[in-house]
Design a protein around this ligand. Structure first.
Ligand code: SF4
Length: 401
């Protein structure tokens, strides 16, 4: 498997697959065709159908800057991957190349016929079961495992990720007003946070704080702020909310960084064996994966063994199976923002549930639930895979209720 660096990426929202991916793709094209005089980009599938709401064209134009270009939304041609872009590159009116790039989720891109530098495998194992067997045979923990195989500098990199996550929450907690776009969704993080009172029952207080933090980060994402894909922009609020909450509960900074790496490993397993893209597999691939990462994060912090960590991650994903992606008007706002808070709370509940049912080996392994999520995602009717033509997006009637 690849490095955890491949999963946690810093960038601007609102969507890792619809803004960060196209932004990275455009940067790649510019850097490889510096002497081109004109570019034509065609967006297909989900990128075409929800590109306006996700600001895909805005970010592509911003990256091209003064360079002459045209963006075409092709709503009808079906490509193998729902997030496909084709770049036609011209020099003095002559077509010199055509490059197909797929935005595969989490801001990552796959360029037809090209292998990128950060695609070097660092882990010799390909799924959780193989990793667990190795850890048990060598009597090491998951964090020992990560430290043994990861690329140099990973801890410095995670420190950077940590800072961006915390900053996104702190910015989000200060802002008021409505989010960009015609839905006119009000920001809620600040208000939720303002209602936190010390006398409140501790479990309610915990929920309120975590919700405020998750909303803050997700609202920053929805307004184009800087966030971390964890594993995507749409699901960027879950891990930061847990990071901030548990650090405030007195866990050491080192414990938090370690838990973020364990969570990253879980997300990596999903991204390498299935998908973290809502356009490919629905929201179960985004919020479901983030909830699994969160469940592993909490379980690791609480000192649970590898079976309990696996079980918590499995439970969190299992009960997201079938979760559709139907962002209203293509904005990463409804249902996305609330879903981040729910996903963070679910992560804690999944971890807590392992205490009630014991940490014996589950009949359903994490790898099986990941595989099931992938198959379920592929079977989902395409209207529920980030097209904004089904589900809530279709039924939404605004304030006319
Ligand atoms: S519904 Fe879920 S998968 Fe779809 S854009 Fe929102 S957060 Fe992402």
């Amino acid at each position: 498997m690849l490095s955890i660096r491949r999963l946690y990426k810093i960038g601007n929202g609102p969507s890792s697959s619809h803004t960060m991916g196209p932004s990275n793709a455009t940067k790649y094209i510019i850097s490889h065709y510096a002497d081109a005089t004109y570019f034509e980009v065609t967006l297909f599938g989900s990128l075409a159908l929800t590109g306006k709401g996700h600001l895909t064209d805005v970010i592509i134009s911003k990256i091209f800057g003064d360079r002459k270009h045209k963006i075409i939304f092709d709503y009808s041609t079906i490509k193998e991957h729902p997030n496909t872009m084709v770049y036609k590159i011209y020099r003095n009116d002559i077509l010199i190349d055509e490059v197909t790039i797929v935005s595969i989720g989490g801001g990552l891109i796959s360029i037809e016929g090209v292998k990128e530098e950060d695609e070097i495998e660092v882990y010799p194992h390909k799924n959780f079961n193989e990793i667990k067997s190795y850890c048990l045979e060598n009597n090491i923990s998951l964090i020992d495992y990560i430290d043994r195989f990861e690329r140099d500098g990973i801890r410095d990199y995670i420190e950077e990720i940590y800072k961006v996550m915390i900053d996104s929450i702190e910015r989000g907690l200060k802002k008021e007003g409505v989010l960009p776009g015609k839905l006119r969704v009000s920001r809620k993080a600040k208000e939720i946070y303002s209602r936190v009172i010390p006398e409140e029952r501790s479990s309610r207080r915990e929920k309120r704080l975590i919700s405020a933090f998750a909303f803050a980060s997700a609202e920053e994402n929805a307004s184009g702020g800087e966030v971390v894909t964890a594993p995507t922009c749409g699901s960027c609020g879950i891990i930061p909310s847990l990071v901030k909450y548990y650090e405030e509960q007195g866990y050491s900074h080192k414990e938090i960084i370690d838990a973020m790496m364990v969570a990253g490993l879980i997300g990596l397993i999903v991204s390498q064996n299935a998908s973290i893209s809502g356009a490919e597999c629905g929201c179960q691939a985004e919020i479901g994966t983030a909830s699994s990462m969160g469940a592993a994060f909490v379980s690791y912090l609480k000192g649970k063994n590898i079976n309990a960590i696996e079980r918590a991650a499995e439970i969190a994903m299992e009960h997201c199976l079938g979760l559709t992606c139907d962002p209203v008007d293509g904005y990463v706002q409804i249902p996305c923002i609330e879903r981040n808070a729910i996903g963070a709370l679910r992560a804690i509940e999944a971890s807590t549930l392992t205490e009630f049912i014991g940490d014996t080996i589950s009949k359903i392994s994490f790898d099986v639930v990941v595989d099931t999520m992938y198959e379920t995602g592929k079977d989902l009717n395409k209207v529920y895979r980030e097209t904004s033509i089904g589900g809530l997006a279709k039924k939404y009637i605004g304030d006319k209720r």
